[in-house]
Design a protein around this ligand. Structure first.
Ligand code: GAP
Length: 458
């Protein structure tokens, strides 16, 4: 129910549209509309400023989406980045076997995790529990098989000379591939991290739950390199847990009771990881992964060293010690952050719908209204204030309908302040500023408006 309201609001007000809608849609793909692109960009800026710009132990990177195909062999994605799928022979629907089994057992009051089970074990579970196809209700499945999630593409325009490549399945590998260039070109010393924001692609065929799981999505990933003999990995892991938690609570203003950490068990954790924990958010479809935190040891750099034949050691400038650093990796999807922020800030307050977005994330920081549309002196004054504020802030203009309706329209898209220009403004040089969350109004001098908004955005 809540999810339907959110999807409806996002489409109606230009946050998120279904992908390729005029062609009948494309499953698990979405377009970010005029307000959605602003909100997503503000979340990205918040992430980048917090984790890259404001930290002296971090640097940034923007690597390619198409990397050398050997990267994905070295990382293990070509051989092992797959989901177990099962096809219904009656209606041809392909379903993720783990989701099929877990959802079915949960609906029967027997919740169970099938993480780490082999394809044979998954087939057995479907058989034993007589699980029907959720689309057509029949029971006629193929055996469970693995399907790789990497998107394949081809480089070159002459068919005979084409070579297979992949769209990146995670941004992380770009960081490992550039590791040598980063340490050779900058003054980073261990421990240090490299942060990257950018698109990743996965051939997700299962139902995506709006923008939670899509074919392409933006990741914000950090590889934090350290010497395991000099730094205690458990302490670093805890400090990253704290930073991530604080970011979600303080910067994104999400309610603590909707968050929890969940540690991966031995069966779920990748073989190279010593510890993995997911920060989960309580979406309307259950607690789900928002942000992964993994201690990946020296697995990736060692693999790239092996496959590329290039030395990826870090040499300590003082002691001369030569090591392949270990990494802790906090990895998040920006689109999931955005879904969470919209859900968590959504409120119904009497007749109005309010998105209580933190002002820094809100697409518009303020809206400017002339009290009456047909009074040229009010419109002219309001227009001047609007044009002036626009030089510094994202500001909306609205002169349609009555003031009450304009307030409601801005509340629904999360605009924190509405500024009304009335007849007193012409005489006294002040305006009414109405607060979205409290609906309280105060008079503020036109000359103080910029400072007022700047303070609210600190
Ligand atoms: N480098 C590690 C890595 O990529 P992951 O858990 O597969 O780990 C990290 O992905 C984050 O990326 C997830 O926690 C999630 O927020 C986001 N993510 C993963 N797949 C996604 C998808 N299909 N659609 C949207 N976001 C996704």
């Amino acid at each position: 129910m809540l999810m339907e309201k959110i999807v409806g609001l996002c489409k109606r007000r230009g946050f998120v549209f279904p992908g390729s809608e005029i062609y009948g849609g494309l499953a698990n793909s979405y377009e970010y509309g005029p307000l959605g692109v602003e909100l997503k960009k503000n979340i990205q800026d918040e992430w980048w400023n917090t984790f890259v710009r404001r930290r002296s132990d971090m640097v940034g990177l923007d690597s390619s989406i198409i990397l050398h195909p050997k990267v994905w062999e070295a990382s293990g994605h070509v051989a092992g980045f797959s989901d177990a799928m099962v096809d219904c022979k009656k209606c041809q629907t392909r379903t993720r076997a783990d989701h099929l089994i877990e959802n079915f057992l949960e609906s029967k009051g027997k919740p169970m995790s099938v993480e780490g089970k082999t394809v044979e074990e998954l087939s057995d579970l479907i058989e034993k529990n007589n699980i029907p196809c959720p689309t057509c209700g029949k029971f006629d499945w193929t055996p469970v098989r693995k399907f790789n999630l990497l998107f394949e593409t081809h480089i070159g325009i002459v068919p005979e000379a084409q070579s297979k490549a992949y769209l990146r399945g995670e941004t992380a590998q770009g960081i490992f591939v550039s590791f040598k260039n980063i340490i050779d070109s900058s003054r980073v010393t261990l421990p240090f991290g490299v942060g990257q924001l950018g698109k990743s692609f996965r051939n997700e065929i299962t139902k995506g739950n709006f923008i939670f799981r899509t074919l392409e999505f933006e990741q914000g990933e950090i590889e934090y390199f350290f010497d395991p003999e000099a730094d205690d990995w458990k302490k670093l892991f805890e400090s990253w847990k704290e930073s991530v938690w604080k970011f979600v609570i303080k910067n994104l203003n999400v309610r603590e009771e909707n968050l929890r950490w969940r540690e991966h068990g031995d069966e779920e954790r990748s073989f190279y990881s010593k510890r993995t924990e997911d920060l989960e958010y309580q979406f309307p479809f259950g607690f789900k992964e928002l942000w992964g935190l993994a201690y990946r040891t020296d697995y990736d750099l060692t693999q790239h060293q092996k496959y590329s034949g290039v030395d990826l050691f870090y040499v300590d400038q003082v002691s001369g010690k030569k090591i392949v650093p270990h990494v802790i990796e906090p990895a998040v999807g920006v689109n999931r952050l955005m879904a969470m922020v919209i859900l968590d800030s959504y409120a119904e307050d009497g007749e109005r719908i309010v998105l209580k977005l933190p002002p820094r994330l809100a697409p518009y920081k303020a809206a400017v209204f002339p009290l009456l549309k047909n009074k040229p002196e009010l419109v002219e004054k309001a227009r001047g204030i609007y044009e002036n504020l626009r030089k510094k802030f994202m500001v909306a203009w609205d002169d349609r309908g009555n003031i009450g309706k304009r307030y409601y329209a801005q509340d629904e898209i999360g605009t924190p302040y509405c500024i009304t220009i009335d007849f007193d403004t012409l005489e006294k040089g002040d305006v009414t500023v109405r607060d979205r969350d409290t609906a309280q109004q105060e008079r503020i001098k036109i000359s103080d408006l910029e400072k007022f908004l700047e303070k609210k955005l600190e």
